[in-house]
Design a protein around this ligand. Sequence first.
Ligand SMILES: NC(=O)c1ccc[n+]([C@@H]2O[C@H](COP(=O)([O-])OP(=O)(O)OC[C@H]3O[C@@H](n4cnc5c(N)ncnc54)[C@H](OP(=O)(O)O)[C@@H]3O)[C@@H](O)[C@H]2O)c1
Length: 435
Amino acid sequence: MAEPLRIALAGLGTVGTGVIELLETNRSTIERRAGRPLEIVAVNARDRSRDRGVDLSPYAWVDDMQAMAERADVDVVLELVGGSDGPALTLARAALDAGKGFVTANKAMIAHHGLALAEQAALRGVPLKFEAAVAGGIPVVKGLREGAAANRIERIYGILNGTCNYILSEMERTGADFSDMLRGAQEKGYAEADPTFDIEGVDAAHKLAILAAIGFGARVDFDNVSATGIGEVRAADITQAATLGYVIRLVGIASLDESAEEPRLLQRVRPCLVARGHPLAAVTGPTNAVVAEGNFSGRLLFQGAGAGAGPTASAVVADLIDIARGDSGAPFSVAVEELEQFAPADPGNRVGRDYIRFTVTDRPGVLAEITAAMRDAEVSIESLIQRGRDHDGGEVLVAMVTHEGPERCVTKALDLLEGSPSLTAPPLVMPILKE
Ligand SMILES: NC(=O)c1ccc[n+]([C@@H]2O[C@H](COP(=O)([O-])OP(=O)(O)OC[C@H]3O[C@@H](n4cnc5c(N)ncnc54)[C@H](OP(=O)(O)O)[C@@H]3O)[C@@H](O)[C@H]2O)c1
């Protein structure tokens, strides 16, 4: 039997212990597929005394995580600690510098520092892999880098955050409001105690930046991902969307705007209206799904568990198997020096339809004021629903769907209405996902 691939594992939380369990349970299958054994030789976490429900006795315990990078008996360092900077990043740099392969599930770190780490890996000629960083157990990085490698990708989008998808689909199912469903998600363990990164769309933005880089052969550009979370979506929006034949999903979308001389990259995370017949509308609960549109493959749909010990460990170990087989290849699908630097696209150029919800005072003339602003900004209204006054009599909801047009017109209409005493809250705009 060939020499084992020797692994140092930093982080023994949900994913780290999941990896230990998976390597134990599927040992012989993995060995046959990898062509050699995968062996953890050293482990590290903060608290050595904690019972983690797995047997750590076969592995050397290392007190100083950073020392793992230096060990002569290690081929690959596996980082399952988390955090965009701090010890995870120090370990990544040290491991690559020492000529070790590096595998991580850390989307925040790859979104912020993936490019620099890929440059370092290329310089040292060692593999850098992060399948689990995007949509947990779904093999979408592999799907794009390998399966769809022959295609020009025209658009990538998806449901990239299980917490938000759980909340939105439960709001849809129960008619409850956002804050109640957030509490429910926390009780069920889908949402962190501090859910800010999830509900504000930052976690989805991390994954989108990585997907866009792989799909478009672009330099990772997290700073130019614009993210809006789901905190402003009301139960009433879900009801209106349903009346119109849509569901609401938090969708990360990356596309190239080819209208300028040089193509520009649009990367956005937004709550969107998704037509009931679209595959993403059927994705409920904490599931993730990614759609990639290739110019020869057509629409590809990757769907599965975006988190959890088992699914995430499955993606991590797939990376380790690749390394054991000797497959490395460019982390972002194109050699790092060949990745393109796209300027950010002007979202005003986007041509599409939008849902716009106004909350307004209940007095005559308000609707006329809104429609006049739409007319002056050249926004054409396809349908408009006005919901009667709410129980305290003060507020009325006006929801509309626009005909297809440039997004800059909608922005202009809202600018015209800004500061109007008729509006009781800032309007909410949700793009309608193009099929
Ligand atoms: N959970 C998921 O479903 C999932 C899905 C996809 C990607 N990921 C990513 O996978 C990574 C790990 O996530 P997780 O859910 O497994 O996290 P977790 O359960 O919080 O585990 C983190 C581990 O890192 C250790 N750790 C934290 N700070 C440390 C430090 N300063 N020094 C040494 N050890 C430290 C902790 O040690 P102690 O146990 O001793 O405290 C713990 O074992 C993150 O990057 C996350 O984004 C997670």
